[in-house]
Each structure stands twice: as structure tokens, then as C-alpha cells.
Ligand binder design. Structure first.
Ligand code: G3P
Ligand code: CA
Length: 293
């Protein structure tokens, strides 16, 4: 069968939860990542941005307008500004209902720490801004290995500082250097920007880079990637149009991690082509479809 042939000698396909289990819970919230771990995701994908006061937070868009009840660019806001926003209610169609009752929260916790009932904590984890630091803690506390695929978003305003902060934080968690002789890095950094990947590699050469591609340019058609980058990250549309790309990237010595694969037919195609990782909003359904336990 083609699926078996394409993956012969390679480990099982990794299932990566895109922005957490973002079909079920608001993207980039602690609730979405907890659910992804429960759902058996091998890795968690998250986008990071730097706030005006130097905190790395998990937010996809340049501005907070789509995923919160606030407005403005993340890079121009401070963490305390983000703490006052509701990052979850848009998902339930409750935008503007003030579910957080005006309590400023980061990572699901009130900023002026106080105890609160579990249900309130759960609700807060679905609605408050998430720092990368808290996500790293969540993964560190998991009762199995869960990897992180962290994406730097075309850094402009804080270009250079995003990567610097990121490497600092990863170093604090012991993710930048081999811990044992058989160490395999639990974190990888992804970007559409080769320059951003280069900055991370210069500071932390052991962290693998994933070069994200929206289109297959002539320069990369043969499977080659920017210098030092180990993993190709094509959008699923690239594979629909150029299925031969997977074999070419493998021949060039690279893994292939595909985004964002939510349709059953695309999961099937990815399996048949022998990709190494599927990045999806629906980790549970994809694992079931792939027959993974
Ligand atoms: O995993 C890569 C993928 O997330 C890139 O696209 O826009 O969802 O960040 P985007
Ligand atoms: Ca992303």
C-alpha cells in the first residue's frame, strides 16, 4: 500500500495541534492547549509575538482585534493591557458579554493573585491571554513528552528582539542544549522568514528550524531549504498541486511538516505521501483517522 511504502523506515506521523485544539477551544488559550494534550497531540503549535514591555505572548494576528474584545497591535500593547482583554468569548459568539467581569488575567490567573473556584479558573483559562512561558510550563508538567512548534511571525517592529527573547526563555527551560547524549530537542522554531530562522540558529544551533512556505518558489522546488534549516513546512495546498515535493524534500534530507490539514481527504493524501508531521486544528480526529492510539 502506498501509505506503508512512503513511510517505510520512518517513525509514525506526528500530529501537531495548530494553535491548540483550536477547533474546540479558542485558539492560543490555555484551554486549547490542555485539550490538545488530552487529545493525544504529539506537539503544540503556537505563534508568538512580543508585547511593548517585552513579554512573548501566544497570539496569531498582528492586532488583537479578531481574537479579543480589544483593539490594537500586540507590539504596541503591554502585558497588562492584554490582561484586561477577553481572548475567548468570540469563539462562543459571546463577544462583548464581559465574561471576565473586569478582572485582569494572564494565563488564566487574576493579576492581583487570589484564589477562585475551579469553574471560574476553567473559564478564565478559556478567555485570557497566554504567555509563552506558561505554555512551556504546561508542556513541562505534562505526564508524557509533548513537543512545541513555535512560530515567529514576520517580526518587524521587534525584529531581532523576538528571537533573542525566545532563545533566552527556551534556555531557561533547558531546551537549547543537549541534556543527555540521546537528547532530541523538544522544541522547534518555525517561520516564513528565513532571516528569523537564521537569528534563532545563530543563538541556539541545536534548535531545529522549520521553513514555512505558502507557495513553492522555483528556488525550493527541488526540496532545498535555506542554509541550516532542517525541516520543510509547506502549506497543504502546495502538496495538492505538487505531491512530488515530499519525496524531493526527503531526498534532500529534510522532514516535511504540513499545515493546516483539517480535511479528511488531505489527511489521507499526507499519509500516502509519507509526510512526517500533520499540523491540524483537530488533533483528536486526525489521530483517529490515522489509527493512532
Ligand atoms: O503551522 C504553520 C501555520 O500555522 C502557518 O500559518 O497563518 O496559521 O500561522 P498560520
Ligand atoms: Ca502559525
Amino acid at each position: 500500500r502506498p501509505a506503508e511504502d512512503a513511510r517505510a523506515g520512518r517513525p509514525a506521523i506526528a500530529v501537531v495541534a495548530h494553535r491548540g485544539a483550536s477547533e474546540d477551544a479558542p485558539e492560543h488559550t490555555l484551554a486549547a492547549y490542555r485539550k490538545a494534550i488530552e487529545d493525544g497531540a504529539d506537539a503544540l503549535e503556537c505563534d508568538v509575538r512580543l508585547t511593548a514591555d517585552g513579554h512573548l505572548v501566544c497570539v496569531h494576528d498582528r492586532r488583537v482585534n479578531r481574537t479579543s474584545n480589544g483593539r490594537g497591535a500586540v507590539s504596541a500593547l503591554e502585558l497588562s493591557d492584554l490582561a484586561a482583554l477577553d481572548f475567548g468569548s468570540w469563539k462562543d459568539g459571546l463577544e462583548g458579554r464581559g465574561v471576565l467581569e473586569d478582572v485582569a488575567r494572564v494565563d488564566g490567573r487574576p493579576v492581583d493573585a487570589g484564589e477562585e473556584p475551579d469553574w471560574q479558573q476553567e473559564n478564565a483559562e478559556r478567555t485570557s491571554v497566554l504567555t509563552l512561558e506558561r505554555l512551556l510550563e504546561l508542556v513541562a508538567d505534562a505526564n508524557r513528552r509533548v513537543e512545541l512548534a513555535i512560530e515567529t511571525k514576520h517580526p518587524t517592529r521587534w525584529a531581532g528582539q523576538v528571537e533573542e527573547r525566545l532563545v533566552e526563555l527556551l534556555a531557561r527551560f533547558g531546551h537549547t542544549k543537549p541534556a543527555t547524549p540521546n537528547w532530541t530537542p523538544p522544541v522547534r522554531v518555525m517561520s516564513f522568514s528565513a532571516r528569523s530562522l537564521h537569528r534563532v540558529r545563530a543563538a541556539a544551533p541545536d534548535i531545529p528550524g522549520v521553513y514555512l512556505m505558502q507557495f513553492l518558489t522555483p528556488r525550493h522546488r527541488d526540496g532545498r531549504l535555506p542554509p541550516g534549516v532542517r525541516i520543510a513546512g509547506p502549506g497543504v495546498r502546495i502538496l495538492r498541486a505538487h505531491p512530488e515535493y515530499v519525496a524531493r524534500a526527503h531526498r534532500a534530507g529534510h522532514q516535511v511538516h504540513v499545515w493546516t490539514v483539517n480535511e479528511e481527504a488531505d489527511v489521507e493524501m499526507c499519509r500516502d505521501l509519507g509526510v512526517d508531521a500533520i499540523i491540524t486544528n483537530r488533533p483528536k480526529q486526525v489521530r483517529t483517522q490515522l489509527g493512532l492510539r
